[in-house]
Design a protein around this ligand. Structure first.
Ligand SMILES: Nc1ncnc2c1ncn2[C@@H]1O[C@H](COP(=O)(O)OP(=O)(O)OP(=O)(O)O)[C@@H](O)[C@H]1O
Length: 618
């Protein structure tokens, strides 16, 4: 709205209104004068009677320019629609195609893109003949490769976003993902591009008609009028300049429309964005009352021991994930990881950056796609074999029983959809709830994670939430029903320490109310050991240790784990001395327990500087 009230927005609206009025009323107001011949008035100069003069049959050129508005705009909009529609269709098709057909299609489009558009137009004109319709088809079709490239690039980048991954976890098929999650998020730049290409198309028409390849007599558009007037440029310049001015004006209006649309956030596309997100809002489990039973690291609650929880709910055995190394081979990033999560168990995965934590979690959720090459002896969620093709029913089950909370809540919520739409989608599509019931559940979901005025906030877009609120909303989506497993990949990394604590408390509270198992990924061994029953330590793509969180200090044997622990200050730490560091996976000193840390280099933070984000069993 703001943008529409900007000078560019106001000018664009007024210009569009004027063009529209001319297109609608032009033929009625000036049609007769435009075709009336008066031999006595042939080649009358521009003046008060004939603003742009007359042509060789004595017809009023100004009246012809005004009357030509309708045909000129219709042809321009028609060709633009063909170019944009075709580009969207081919670009989106390319995104969902398998690798090699996709590459082939994009290659063809790139070839056509490199081909001069005027030659393409001439080629099509030869096929369809030099008619107005032929010119429209020719210009429209020659615009498709350009638009295809744009749509493909935009869609490919959006399809990497966490909210699209989350939609896939929730069982959304490729068509649904395209139309509900990708298209609304690329619609804005597409509209801008469509407006900008309308002005180019207008010029292309003028050029074609000027060359005698476009509109043919007795029809006339602005380009043809320039063509007719240019022969008398020296005796009556306005005969060519007049239609030229109108073309420049219309081109300017289209450019201003593009300018006014630029930077408008996705919420302006309510009509386009018909959809929702796909985390996990299953089941009919009652939501926890706000503030009830909070626990977790922040509130000093007991995380509970692993106990005997029966057979694993989710499991990978000998999981390997590899990527092409660019030289025809593969490089393994996850190397034989085995991990089982039992019902209700809270498992933490810690490890240095690049150790394969996220890949393991994504493989556990069945989220890895090409170019990742995944193999495992076992990879299952409950009785669902994640290595076998999933039926629709199994995808739906995965979508409602498995929740994924991503690291960055800004990228994991769809910016084009309101929070309410995203929270109600799974209830409505997977659980078949009515709109009002789904909204009630969504309100309860936001309330459960401590969002004030939840009913009002349902109408907000993600950018209207703070970082902590977005992450709470994300957790609310994953937890308001009864998910059986929630995978949280560094859910608090993007948040400050106070908000981290609140978010973890929310996660803990919701976990208790639903008894879902949790896999929590973090760099922070203190946070994980305070929150989880079990801590799995990863290094270089392997699990190096699997420890009881309550006794991590005594049980840790691997040098890397001992190094991580040694780097944490405790009550006995000498706060006047720097903290030790982990060097190449081995602690600079092994102070367990009561050992003497080596004095690190100057500049290394001291125990006083260490900031802890949660309570710890350490
Ligand atoms: N799509 C990909 N293509 C190639 N290599 C990848 C891809 N995704 C991940 N990797 C590599 O796999 C390794 C493990 O990545 P992963 O994201 O699992 O690490 P991580 O332990 O989660 O790290 P962080 O804590 O920094 O998120 C890294 O070396 C990473 O560069």
């Amino acid at each position: 709205m703001k943008k529409l009230l900007s000078p560019a927005g106001i000018a664009a609206s007024l210009g569009l209104a004027l063009l529209l009025a001319l297109a609608l009323a032009g033929p009625a107001l000036w049609g007769e004068a435009a075709t009336q011949r008066a031999v006595a008035d042939r080649w009358a100069p521009a003046g008060s009677e004939f603003h742009f003069g007359t042509d060789d049959l004595g017809r009023d050129i100004f009246a012809r320019v005004m009357a030509a508005t309708r045909l000129s705009l219709l042809l321009t909009l028609g060709a633009t629609a063909i170019g944009v529609g075709g580009g969207v269709l081919v670009g989106l098709t390319a995104v969902v195609l398998p690798r090699y057909p996709r590459r082939f299609l994009v290659w063809i489009m790139d070839m056509l893109l490199a081909f001069p558009w005027l030659l393409l137009v001439l080629f099509f004109t030869v096929i369809w003949g030099a008619t107005a319709t032929g010119a429209m088809l020719a210009i429209g079709l020659s615009g498709i490769p350009n638009l295809t490239r744009l749509v493909y690039n935009l869609a490919a980048s959006v399809s990497e976003q966490d909210y699209v991954r989350a939609a896939r976890v929730a069982g959304a098929g490729p068509v649904r993902v395209l139309f509900r999650h990708i298209l609304p998020n690329i619609a804005n730049p597409l509209l801008v591009q469509a407006s900008a290409s309308a002005s180019v198309t207008l010029l292309a028409f003028a050029g074609l008609s000027f060359l005698g390849l476009g509109v043919q007599a007795p029809e006339y558009d602005w380009g043809r009028l320039i063509n007719e007037g240019v022969a008398h440029l020296y005796t009556n310049p306005m005969a060519a300049i007049g239609p030229g001015i109108v073309i420049v004006f219309a081109g300017l209006v289209f450019t201003l429309v593009a300018e006014a649309l630029t930077d408008r956030p996705g919420q302006g596309l309510r009509g386009v964005a018909a959809a929702a997100r796909a985390a996990v809002l299953p089941g009919a489990a009652p939501l926890p009352a706000r503030g009830a039973g909070a626990g977790g690291p922040g509130d000093g609650a007991d995380p509970g021991g692993p106990g005997d929880r029966g057979p694993a709910l989710a499991e990978v055995a000998d999981l390997r994930v590899a990527f092409p190394d660019g030289a025809g081979g593969l490089v393994e990033r996850v190397r034989g990881v085995s991990l089982a999560v039992r019902p209700g168990e809270v498992v933490g995965i810690v490890g240095e950056s690049g150790s394969g934590k996220s890949l393991t979690a994504m493989a556990l959720a069945g989220l890895l796609e090409a170019p990742a090459v995944v193999s495992a002896r076992v990879r299952r969620f409950d009785d669902i074999d994640l290595d076998a093709p999933l039926t629709r029913a199994l995808s739906k089950r995965l979508g409602t029983e498995l929740g994924f909370v991503f690291q960055d809540p800004l990228t994991s919520l769809n910016p084009a959809l309101t929070i309410g739409r995203q929270l109600t989608e799974v209830s409505r599509t997977h659980l078949g709830m009515s709109r009002s019931r789904a909204r009630d559940r969504a309100v309860a979901g936001l309330e459960a994670v401590g969002i004030p005025e939840p009913r009002r906030r349902l109408g907000d877009y993600p950018h209207q939430f703070s970082g902590g609120m977005r992450q709470r909303a994300m957790i609310g989506m994953a937890l308001t029903g009864h998910p059986r497993l929630i995978i949280a990949d560094e859910p608090t990394t993007a948040l400050d320490v106070t908000v981290q604590k609140q978010v973890l408390a929310v996660l803990r509270r919701a976990q208790r109310s639903t008894d879902a198992a949790i896999v929590l990924i973090s760099h922070d061994i203190a946070l994980v050991s305070g929150f989880c029953d079990r801590v799995v330590v990863m290094k270089d793509g392997e699990v190096v240790e699997d420890l009881d969180a309550q006794h991590i200090r005594e049980q840790a044997r691997h040098p890397y784990t001992r190094g991580l622990i040694a780097c944490l200050p405790d009550m006995r730490s000498d706060r006047t001395r720097p903290l030790p560091v982990v060097e190449d996976g081995v602690p600079a000193a092994d102070p367990l327990p009561g050992g003497e840390p080596r004095r690190p280099a100057p500049g290394v933070p001291t125990a006083d500087a260490g900031t802890r984000s949660g309570g710890s069993a350490l």
